[in-house]
Design a protein around this ligand. Structure first.
Ligand code: ADP
Length: 237
């Protein structure tokens, strides 16, 4: 088990945003959290990453408790999680290679190892020829590939993705879904992915977590969740 989340809650100004969520994620799973805007998906993902601390509950990553009842025990940079956001946050003043090298340098990975890892991951995302290019000169899809590579080059235990394809047009969105699936398989990545888009969730997940109002409403396979959502919409119409 890579991630274990036990009864995690978070409030802002006494308004409950996340209400006692528990979830476990096994190695190699592609778990997608599906829910409408404002239901708490980003807050939940950022609690796993460590940028937000839950008020209550416990999160463990790879057997280590990272936060327990509001007390942060392991900081984000030491949690071995990778993150890819909707707005990519590539560093504009660094070229592709430097963007990828930054985190490795901070972790004191030796130069030879850095070069090897960056070369391998750029090959995987088919961006070898863009090593010296600055983010401003890359297309949206290319930038997202680099954002993915930058997270993966750190060899995270889990890759957290927050609506990474929402800003892309539909053709690019579909293409990158395929790329993500290919990379996930080739590199045996464990993935926690957040989206409001059903179709995206269905095409990427091995397991879907339906979220609403800060709670888990249903967890299941694509087939189970698809049936659940159809039943729900029949009942509502
Ligand atoms: P989602 O990712 O599903 O769109 P979010 O996790 O971004 O949802 O937000 C869930 C709710 O929490 C929203 O109502 C949002 O306004 C509220 N919220 C998020 N961050 C804060 C904050 N720092 N202070 C107060 N309310 C917040």
């Amino acid at each position: 088990m890579i991630v274990k989340i036990d009864n995690v809650s978070k409030s802002y100004n006494k308004t409950s945003i996340i209400n006692s969520i528990s979830l476990t994620i096994d190695k190699g799973e592609r778990v997608v959290i599906l829910g409408p805007s404002g239901c708490g998906k980003t807050t939940f993902l950022r609690m796993v990453a460590g940028f937000i601390h839950p008020d209550k509950g416990r999160i463990a990553i790879d057997g280590f408790t990272v936060v327990n009842n509001g007390k942060c025990l392991i900081e984000p940079e030491n949690r071995q999680v990778g993150m890819v956001f909707q707005d990519l946050a590539l560093w504009p003043h660094m070229n592709v290679y430097e963007n990828l090298a930054f985190g490795l340098k901070a972790k004191k990975v030796p130069k030879i190892e850095r070069e090897k890892r960056i070369g391998t991951i750029l090959e995987k995302v088919q961006m070898v020829h863009f090593k010296n290019t600055f983010p401003g000169n890359l297309s949206g899809g290319q930038q997202q590939r680099i954002a993915l590579a930058r997270a993966l080059v750190m060899q995270p235990k889990i890759l957290l993705m927050d609506e990474p394809l929402s800003n892309l047009d539909i053709d690019l969105n579909l293409l990158l879904r395929k790329e993500i699936l290919r990379l996930q398989e080739e590199l045996a990545i464990t993935m926690l992915y957040v989206t409001h888009d059903r179709d995206e969730a269905f095409s990427l997940a091995t397991r879907i977590v339906v979220m609403g109002g800060g709670e888990i409403q249903k967890t299941g396979t694509v087939k189970e969740v698809s049936e659940y959502l159809s039943k729900l919409s029949r009942e509502c119409s």
